[in-house]
Design a protein around this ligand. Structure first.
Ligand SMILES: Cc1ncc(COP(=O)(O)O)c(C=O)c1O
Length: 309
């Protein structure tokens, strides 16, 4: 890929391994960094591939629950994370901006996490696929705080809205990329070369011509439309600070009833929980949809709410 790749990805100085999307990047890291007897620490709710990938690598995923306050929304307790570390813990798997909560960890929160990783000599896998999709302060990349132990995962699918192209990457600490490339050769050998070339050509243009600003502005509009509409219908919305998902609750809604009776598909909170119990009635709603589709979904939900009263 192009020589400006490190700068285009915002990971100058890192060893870069190109993968078939972030999904393969996470798999390569799981297979490379831990194995039988090891534990991998992650927050819950948890993005769906983290648990099976850890298990396929033979390791044990250990989840620590986020808190959901009805007024202030999602937060996590660094003390609880620290308490979950054991002599078997090998790595911490983070995601900021966080799917599904939309959390963007603050510099202070990340500093606590990095201190914990240093104290226990843990690798940090930082899934930053939504790094350009934020509403407010730009997310801090974990590798700027701990370049010696952080593996950053990125996705052209999210950045360029080209999910089907299957181009992702790992930015590894200097000197550690060769081992990952070796493992990656065993998973799918390489991401299709023409698509790598297309992504390499598109990334500098995206960086220089304000593409990401336009992307964010478009998502911010759709977020405002969806969250305002859901609130008008009586839902509590936990405003995301990044990603294209929001979490919400409504006293009378379940994911099943919305699909079957309103004709609107959302994901039930339980889909993101393996060890702890999902907050009652939690729903994840996507706004990576056209404005027309969001209007249509809100109309259907309004009809559903009226039919209930
Ligand atoms: C948090 C997170 N990580 C990784 C991925 C996988 O990305 P890719 O499509 O590049 O494999 C996704 C896709 O939804 C995601 O939400």
């Amino acid at each position: 890929m192009a020589t400006t790749l490190g700068a285009d990805l915002g990971v100058d100085g890192a060893d870069i391994t190109v993968t078939c999307g972030a999904t393969e990047a996470l798999d390569v890291l799981a297979l490379s960094l831990y194995g039988p007897g090891d534990e991998v620490l992650m927050l819950e709710p948890v993005f769906d591939v983290y648990i099976p990938q850890a298990r396929l690598a033979g390791a044990t995923p250990v989840t620590v629950p986020m808190r959901l306050d009805p007024v202030t929304g999602w937060s996590f307790d660094p003390g609880a994370l620290g308490a979950a570390v054991t002599p078997r813990t090998r790595a911490l798997l983070l995601n900021s901006p966080f799917n599904p909560t939309g959390t963007v960890f603050t510099p202070d929160e990340l500093a606590d996490i990095v201190a914990l990783a240093r104290q226990h000599d843990l690798w940090i896998i930082s899934d930053e696929v939504y790094d350009e999709l934020y509403f407010g302060e730009r997310p801090v990349s974990v590798r700027t705080l701990a370049p010696e132990r952080t593996f950053t995962v990125g996705s052209a699918g999210k950045r360029l809205e080209a999910t089907g192209w299957r181009v992702g990457w790992i930015a590894a600490p200097p000197g550690l990329g060769a081992g990952l490339s070796g493992m990656r050769q065993l998973t799918s050998f390489c991401s299709p070369a023409p698509l790598q070339a297309a992504v390499a050509a598109a990334l500098p243009i995206a960086r220089q011509d304000g593409f990401y600003d336009t992307l964010r502005a478009g998502y911010a509009e759709r977020l405002a439309l969806l969250s305002g509409g859901l609130r008008d219908l009586g839902a509590s919305v936990f405003e995301p600070r990044g990603t294209y998902f929001l979490t919400a609750r409504h006293t009378h809604w379940t994911a099943g009833s919305l699909v079957e009776q309103a004709g609107v598909a959302v994901i039930p909170g339980e889909a993101f929980y393996v060890r702890h119990t999902a907050p009652q009635g939690l729903l994840r709603v996507a706004f990576c949809k056209s404005t027309e589709d969001i209007h249509l979904a809100l109309e259907r939900l309004e009809r559903y709410v009226r039919s209930q009263s």
